[in-house]
Design a protein around this ligand. Sequence first.
Ligand SMILES: [Zn+2]
Length: 219
Amino acid sequence: MTINHHPSDETLLGYAAGTLPAGTRLVISVHVQGCSRCARDVGRFEAIGGQVLTEAPGTELSQDLLGRTLASLDRDDRSSGARGKAVFEAVRRPDGIILPRALSAYETIPWRWISPGIHLSRVKVQEDPDANVILLRVGANRLLPEHGHTGTEFTQVLTGSLIDGSKRLMPGDIMEASADLEHQPVAGPEGECICLAVVEGKLRIGGLIGRTVLSLVGL
Ligand SMILES: [Zn+2]
């Protein structure tokens, strides 16, 4: 299985540098643990981090080192399809749901029904109780409520598929949606889709379903 949708370089750099908020860090860790390409890139970013620290920080040399490393990443297999190999390691929860191993230590609230075919669970992030990390279980062809957000939203597909505009996300793929995007993803036709998402900032979502979601996730 190959992975076609990855976090941005900025996000992977933040992950390697340890500067991402705890909720985002958790979702990105699930992606990185399941994606050979991003695991390799994070390893390189961590290596440059060490080099930049040993050189004088903020100097042209450091900037140049970062630029050269990003350029070398581009020269590699990224430009030829930008794929990663999926290395998904899963555990089965008591309720039968299969989750990546990175989530096994995290407490989750039981699935809550939010609308026909759509269930939501919240992942508790001890390091940051306000982090909005959720699991979504979406029936085949079910539309998620149309929404926007005040910050970046990351959605990692665990099982099934999710279609967002022209993008089709398969297991292992992640969607990084910037704050200005209003969108309404839909689960693929082949079966239930389970995904892990984090929203930085607030969700903007209308209607009864929206209010239910907001009250459940406390946004
Ligand atoms: Zn990746």
